[in-house]
Design a protein around this ligand. Structure first.
Ligand code: ACO
Length: 207
């Protein structure tokens, strides 16, 4: 395979490619592009703030020059959530309102994501205290199943250990059984349940 794992290279071409991956994997691992009237909204929630606030913790899987996957994260979920609430969500909601004012009709998935933003909350305190970092990972279909997800996570965990992060968590929906199997296989365990699925965590203090 000709794929490589490399650091994120900020710029409009790279960002557009990563946003496209976010949308094409956004329906529990399958293509969400037909579900959204606002094709940028999913990435505005689950990708862009990581690229902007933590470029050093963004890892790209590329086929030649073209991104085919990414892993992104924050070392400090509490501080990250404060930035989202104070600075990021108001901008996203403004952009949504502007588009609606021009007559664009949102689809149910757009509305659901806006509701998610309004109801945004920290994970349980027990999760945050042991696993203060969190991550997201998405690979296009063609890049899946070849060990690249594991490699990207390993690179991301290296950046987290270098930042002296004691543990990392993620949220995975009940419907995404493939990702649950992947995370379990690479060493995550379920650390809390949520209405939509579960939180999984991994300690970074033991080798
Ligand atoms: N059950 C058991 N083991 C699994 C499973 C599974 N469902 N999936 C993968 N594995 C194993 C592999 O066999 C492999 O084992 P090995 O290293 O011992 O040989 C190991 O896990 C690593 O697998 P990879 O090939 O690295 O997995 P992949 O590259 O496909 O990445 C991922 C997994 C990230 C879930 C990818 O398939 C993907 O991007 N899917 C679509 C988007 C998605 O669902 N993202 C997760 C959303 S949740 C979130 O981001 C917090």
């Amino acid at each position: 395979s000709s794929l490589t794992v490399r650091p994120y290279q900020p710029g409009p071409t790279e960002d557009a490619a990563l946003r496209d991956i976010c949308l094409r994997t956004g329906d529990n691992g399958t293509d969400a592009s037909s579900l959204y009237a606002l094709p940028w909204l999913l990435a505005a929630v689950y990708l862009d703030p990581y690229l902007k606030f933590h470029p050093h913790h963004c890892i790209v899987i590329a086929d030649g020059d073209t991104p085919v996957g990414y892993a992104v994260g924050t070392p400090d979920t509490t501080a990250f959530t404060s930035r989202l609430t104070e600075h990021w969500w108001p901008q996203v909601l403004n952009r949504v309102a502007q588009v609606q004012n021009t007559g664009t009709h949102l689809l149910p998935a757009d509305h659901a994501l806006v509701t998610t933003i309004h109801q945004w909350a920290l994970p349980p305190a027990s999760v945050i205290s042991s696993y203060p970092a969190h991550l997201h990972i998405d690979l296009l279909d063609a890049a899946q199943g070849g060990g690249w997800g594991r490699r990207a996570i390993n690179e991301l965990l290296t950046t987290m250990r270098q930042a002296h992060v004691p543990g990392i968590h993620l949220g995975v929906s009940a419907a995404n059984t493939r990702a649950q199997g992947f995370y379990t296989h690479i060493g995550f365990t379920v650390v809390a349940f949520a209405p939509w699925g579960s939180f999984m965590g991994m300690s970074l203090t033991t080798p």
